[in-house]
Write a protein that binds this ligand. Structure first.
Ligand code: SF4
Ligand code: SF4
Length: 448
């Protein structure tokens, strides 16, 4: 019987490893569909950003209570999973609480601490479920929050509650079996929180207790494996991607718009200035590539990783002035659309489908011109994002495509572009006229 259990565990472990690694490879492949961008400079600054923002959750603490509850779930998730190591070794070797004899009293302290975190996670998840479903916090609604994103958020909270209850049930039944002197259940000392549940199970026979304890053990470990796979299809991928996402974040001045080297050099050449090193205009126009972005492969790989790291929390949208004033723009939707399109292309390619050649594109089929034109480039969405996601970068690249490849910007914008091109000013005045107002001031200083 013991061997059957071990063989079953090995099979479950192999299956979980297979599906998880397959999905991770798919996500990596999808992200690498993006254009290259060098974000490996300024390493100390990048480590600092990652430690403060992803690990230290600095941006979350703008709103203290949800931040503390989130921190409890996060720390609980990280630390309780240390116990998974013991679960895996027990499953492989057919042992029970393998670490207990080695750690002695420290084992009891550890499990009590894990139980404290488990209760903290349980409490936080219940509060978050209430906020989402009963208090209807505004940030969690919006056009893009269709049935799946809402279900995904609720599902993950419910799964975490059930997994924590499984740990407490397992520990409670284990303690009763220890007290009854059952051979396989070595003494570990008392566990505070699970002891509260003991009256619920005391009436069970030894056999009933063993079955409950084993069921809770299997439920917890298979639940963790299933959770790990599910997370890769869900917004909760941010648990892992928040770290590389902040490390590879944009360290330039907030809202700084990147020039296109090819265009800069063309202008410099026109003005008789030397071109920048390594960025001379290619002789063949085909080598220049597309201006801006129409589809996901035109974005850079950090933009695509951002899309997978988005937690759909809506902080960007609730701080977006365009969204606040009723415009058809939600930076959260920009990120969710990018991820949906990327998944669509990636899944299609992995099944031998048409991929990017399916007649669809991110711009047009997912994100409309009305949305991107509503953006004021204020950078508030980037500031508000707890994991430094940059929806503005995607919006600007889509807008660049519309302006430069389609000349499809609003007529007033096109007029401004030609004024800049011809008069070096957004208005129709020649640059020499620009400071006439100051001449007037000099002649009539009192008008100041
Ligand atoms: S940069 Fe654009 S999308 Fe972001 S908050 Fe400002 S207006 Fe909204
Ligand atoms: S982009 Fe950032 S702030 Fe906006 S929904 Fe995603 S995680 Fe939240």
């Amino acid at each position: 019987m013991q061997y059957i259990s071990q063989i079953a565990f090995v099979l479950v472990l192999i299956l979980a490893g297979y599906f998880l690694s397959k999905r991770i490879r798919q996500i990596r492949k999808n992200i690498l569909m993006g254009r290259p961008i060098n974000r490996s400079d300024k390493s100390p600054e990048r480590w600092k950003a990652m430690l403060l923002i992803a690990f230290g959750q600095r941006k979350m603490f703008k709103n203290v209570i949800p931040a503390l509850l989130h921190l409890l779930i996060y720390v609980g998730f990280l630390i309780i999973n240390l116990e998974v190591l013991e679960f895996i070794l027990d499953g492989l070797f057919g042992t029970h609480r393998l670490f207990a004899p080695f750690l002695g009293d420290f084992y009891t302290v550890c499990i009590n601490f894990f139980e404290f975190l488990a209760v903290g996670v349980l409490f936080s998840c219940v509060v978050f479920l209430i906020r989402r479903n009963i208090l209807n916090v505004n940030r969690f609604s919006g056009l893009e929050m269709t049935s799946w994103p809402k279900l995904d958020a609720n599902l993950i909270l419910i799964i975490e509650i059930v997994l924590m209850l499984a740990i407490l049930t397992m520990n409670a039944t284990d303690q009763i079996l220890q007290a009854r002197g059952h051979m396989h259940y070595t003494a570990t000392g008392s566990f505070f929180f699970s002891s509260i549940l003991i009256p619920l199970f005391e009436g069970l026979s030894d056999q009933g207790l063993i079955m409950t304890e084993r069921f809770a053990w299997w439920f917890h470990i298979t639940g963790i494996f299933a959770f790990a796979i599910y997370v890769t299809y869900s917004k909760h991928l941010h648990i892992f991607l928040a770290f590389p996402n902040t490390w590879y974040g944009n360290l330039e001045a907030p809202g700084k718009i990147e020039n296109m080297p090819v265009v800069t050099n063309e202008v410099k050449t026109m003005l008789g200035m030397p071109a920048e090193d390594g960025h001379a205009t290619p002789a063949n126009p085909d080598e220049i590539g597309r201006f801006g972005a129409k589809d996901v492969n035109d974005l850079n790989w950090v933009n695509l990783m951002n899309a997978y790291a988005c937690t759909e929390c809506g902080r960007c949208t609730s701080n977006c002035p365009a969204s606040m004033t009723g415009k058809k723009l939600s930076p959260r939707k920009i990120m969710m659309d990018t991820r949906d399109r990327l998944e669509e292309v990636g899944q299609s390619l992995s099944k031998g489908g048409k991929g990017l050649e399916d007649g669809k594109s991110l711009l047009g089929d997912y994100i409309s011109k009305e949305e991107i034109n509503a953006c004021t480039s204020c950078n508030a969405c980037v500031e508000a994002c707890p994991v430094n996601i940059d929806p503005l970068s995607i919006i600007l690249q889509l807008r660049r495509y519309v302006a430069m490849e389609e000349s499809g910007s609003p007529a007033s914008w096109n007029a401004m572009f030609s004024n800049i091109e011809t008069s070096f000013s957004p208005w129709k005045f020649a640059p020499t006229d620009r400071f006439n107002w100051s001449e007037e001031l000099k002649q009539n200083p009192k008008s100041e």
